[in-house]
Design a protein around this ligand. Sequence first.
Ligand code: AKG
Ligand code: FE2
Length: 278
Amino acid sequence: MAGRRTTSQQPEGLILVRDFLSVAEERDLARELLSPDGPWLDKGHLRFANSEQQEFGPVISDAMEVVDGKPERPMPSATARLSARVAEEAERLGLEVSKGLAAGPDAFCRVNYYRKEGGGYMHKHMDSKKTFGPVIGCCSLLADAAMTFYDTQGNSFGMAKVHRTAEVQLPRRSLYFMTGPSRSQWQHGIRKDQCPSERLSLTFRSVLPDAPRTSAGKAKIQSKVQKVSPMKRPSSSEAGLPKSSTKHGGVGAKSASKLKQTPTGIVKRRPAAAKMGL
Ligand SMILES: O=C(O)CCC(=O)C(=O)O
Ligand SMILES: [Fe+2]
């Protein structure tokens, strides 16, 4: 776009930690999370991404409010161990509120599974500054990808003017932290061509003590846990998993045929994320 600069620099405050996860850790997390029986959420109505998502920690409404009266969803064990390691790393780097990232009442984790045939995307957005703290940590599993940052000078609105963009590589098994301007001045998103193969990401956030709240009765949450996941579990070779992992609910040819493929759809209207914040 005319006048928009693409910089070769990273946005200020973005920290990349290469090789943060071991191969074994990646394998254990993929086994733990990539089950068709997992608590996959139906977020298709938000038209925000074509990733399949799971969320752990306090229940957050579509409008990014903490829902009182809904029991927290505890992180499963490998995910909880990773959140503790991410929090330790944040502390080692001297980042603010690092503790809130580790499993506890204020810790929130969103898992994104980007489709195995590639072309996973997430529209540009800024993670809600009202709901989540100033540090967001995210681990990249199964494949390399890239992310574009959009400098909107703090405007989190989806249609905000973009002053410049920056592309950042997200290597497999790395961790990145969005802090400072990369967290609060820039939006971020993943285009289809930046996620050419199956990818799993885990974002860790702390829920702010004064985050907006709502009651279970009033909350607008269409993102219910689906009874039958629309995801097709990756074959063990594609996920880099040993064959034995299929005993954890792997989709064999027979059961896979019963699962519906996610309607990824072409986005016809402005993503609801623009209104919701994320
Ligand atoms: O997959 C990623 O690296 C980014 C995920 C993200 O931005 C989000 O869940 O808000
Ligand atoms: Fe995000």
